[in-house]
Design a protein around this ligand. Structure first.
Ligand code: NZQ
Ligand code: ZN
Length: 385
């Protein structure tokens, strides 16, 4: 029986030229801090467009938020907010900039040590500065959700927090702003969105027909459009479909009231923290092997996935499941994301450290049935070599 609460307060402005809309969404008289990454938005003109839209506002800039944003960098922005009495934030960039801005927004008004925000996964967050985003990389869904992932370099810890206080007030999704993405980031975005959908879909059936059909539609769209984006990077229709899929993949809608897995993500975060892999690379490595190791638990949904997403009808159920897992791996490889640890120079000797870190971060009972124990994580990692 489905039983859930669902709300999402983020307003979306989708389409060409929509950056102009932000002017009316940020209160007049605000002192606005624009946050961005390593400079892509400066090079491709997105920042200029944002500055033009905010010409009537008092604007400050904070740059240098790195991919997999670090606590160390973000705390510098918190200082800047206090020094300059900033009262509105605008993230311009990919998931890292938006996630980083969520942390900055919460940390700036947090009573106590801001590291607790991450240690307690958002439990103590009561409020945050208001913020919006201009998305330049469709992948994480951060533009319409209340989660963020931050790395503390000094501790090699990549931790997530969630809080209703850090939903963006609005997000601008202009597909043209994604034209300058390097192919590696196009690929990463498709794989990340794909795995977000799978983590909320490939669990066990609860007769959430809308959630299932919606998830399948999103997966099919990624399979259809992802390779096209690599071939024709300036195809607006392709880019807009990918952008909207990535947002809907993790804005709460398909996950409402259904079991969720997230073990692939949690194991993946350790791979990024220890070895610096891109987020999506970690997912491409872990997911196919997790599906194999956990196939008994996921049996019914794997069969549904095989039939409805990959059109696999032949063979006995074991063969259909294995074929669906193989298709998943093939799709990641087709998107040019490698699916073996050895492809990234990681060997068996790295596994004990990864398992220690998982346990240090309390990740001892992962998955939709909380039965992905450290022993199972070890099996997944060993089969990913
Ligand atoms: O830093 P700049 O110069 O802007 O360059 C970025 C960065 O190097 C570049 N880029 C972004 N837009 C561009 C562009 N280059 C050219 N043209 C553009 N239009 O792309 C690189 C990667 O950016 P990043 O923001 O790191 O990528 P992504 O959006 O994949 O974000 C990854 C982060 O999000 C977290 C991940 O763990 C990782 O830290 N996640 C956040 C989630 C959430 N909030 O719900 C869920 C996800 O599962 C994920 O964990
Ligand atoms: Zn992800």
């Amino acid at each position: 029986m489905l039983d859930f609460n669902f709300s999402n307060p983020t307003q979306i402005f989708f389409g060409k030229g929509k950056i102009a809309e932000i002017e009316g969404k940020i209160p007049a008289g605000s002192r606005v801090l624009i946050t961005y990454g390593g400079g892509s938005v400066k090079k491709n003109g997105t920042l200029d467009e944002v500055l033009a839209a905010l010409s009537g506002h008092t604007v400050f800039e904070f740059s240098g938020i790195e991919p997999n944003p670090t606590y160390e960098t973000l705390m510098k922005a918190v200082d800047m907010i206090h020094t300059n009495s900033i009262d509105f934030l605008l993230a311009v960039g990919g998931g890292s900039v938006i996630d980083g801005t969520k942390f900055i927004a919460a940390a700036a008004v947090f009573e106590g040590d801001p590291w607790e925000i991450l240690e307690k996964h958002g439990a103590g967050v009561q409020k945050a500065l208001p913020f919006g985003s201009v998305l330049t990389l469709p992948a994480t869904g951060s533009e319409m959700n209340s989660g963020a992932v931050v790395t503390r370099k000094s501790l090699q810890a990549k931790l997530a927090f969630m809080s209703p206080s850090v939903f963006p007030r609005f997000s601008v999704l202009d597909p043209e702003k994604t034209y300058t993405l390097p192919s590696r980031q196009i690929s990463n975005g498709v794989v990340d969105a794909f795995v977000h959908i799978v983590e909320q879909y490939l669990t066990y059936p609860v007769n959430g027909k809308v959630q299932d059909r919606f998830a399948e539609g999103l997966l099919l769209t990624l399979i259809e459009e992802g390779p096209k984006a690599l071939k024709n990077p300036k195809d607006y229709e392709v880019r807009s479909n990918l952008m909207w899929v990535a947002t809907l993949a993790l804005n709460g809608l398909i996950g409402a009231g259904v079991p969720q897995d997230w073990a692939t993500h949690m194991i993946g975060h350790e791979l990024t923290a220890a070895h610096g892999l891109d987020h999506a690379q970690t997912l491409a490595v872990i997911l196919p092997n997790l599906l194999s190791v956990c196939k008994q638990n996921k049996r019914e949904k794997l069969l549904q996935y095989a039939e409805r997403v990959w059109g696999i009808m032949d063979g006995d159920s074991e063969q259909r499941i294995d074929a669906a897992i193989q298709q998943t791996r093939n799709f990641f490889e087709q998107m040019q994301v490698k699916t073996r640890l050895s492809d990234y120079g990681i060997g068996k000797d790295s596994i004990p450290h990864l398992l220690e870190q998982l346990q240090a971060h309390g990740m001892n009972s992962l998955g939709e049935k909380q039965d992905v124990t450290p022993d199972l994580s070890r099996r997944i990692l060993e089969s990913s070599l």
